[in-house]
Design a protein around this ligand. Structure first.
Ligand code: MG
Length: 198
């Protein structure tokens, strides 16, 4: 069999973040902190402090530990709080400008999000339902580890290799670009902040 050699074939990929990129997680958090305060009897300040403390420790199960901790402090079942968060997912605002930008961008598209599977899945399901984004995505990846680590683990000789496909131009769309600081050494990787689109 002859091997067809494609000369300088450009294969583009955009890697899109979920929280505070495609969806407004900041406002969502504010809503759930209010709801959790009301249900637990703790103050919103206490709720926020619990959240920040768990986050500061770099806990990989941020939201379930958060609910557990609220449960411990209020003597209530953590499941009540998990249910509150999961049902509030339907109130999340979608960042339409970013969504339109992603739709218009050429090449393959991967949604890459870091967090706890259960909660990330709920947000993604909501997003799919509202926007049919799954129709334009090549893949959805939920990672508990660092996103930059995930990306660099797929880089081989100035190419990004993912599921048998090789890409020579990558754009990372993320609200926390400092996470990708170490990837700046690769000239084929570009970074965009969602604020640049809005
Ligand atoms: Mg984000």
């Amino acid at each position: 069999m002859h091997k067809t050699k494609s000369k300088n074939k450009e294969r583009q990929l955009i890697i899109i973040d979920l929280d505070d990129t495609l969806i407004d997680t900041y406002s969502f958090k504010n809503i759930i902190f209010d709801k959790l305060a009301l249900e637990s009897g703790l103050t919103k300040k206490e709720i926020e402090e619990i959240y920040q403390e768990i986050k500061r420790k770099g806990n990989k199960n941020l939201l379930s530990t958060f609910c557990l901790e609220i449960g411990n402090k209020s003597n209530k079942d953590k499941n009540i709080f998990e249910k509150t968060i999961l049902s509030a997912v339907k109130t999340i605002k979608i960042n339409k400008e970013v969504l339109n930008f992603v739709k218009k961008t050429k090449g393959d598209k991967i949604l890459l999000t870091q967090g706890e599977t259960k909660f990330q899945k709920a947000k993604i399901e909501f997003l799919k339902e509202k926007t049919k984004i799954d129709k334009i995505l090549s893949d959805i990846v939920i990672t508990k580890n660092d996103k930059a680590q995930f990306i660099s683990s797929k880089i081989k000789r100035n190419k990004f290799i993912f599921k048998g496909k090789s890409y020579n131009t990558i754009t990372i769309l993320d609200d926390k670009l400092d996470l990708f600081y170490d990837l700046r050494m690769y000239p084929f990787i570009g970074l965009i902040h969602p604020k640049e689109i809005e």
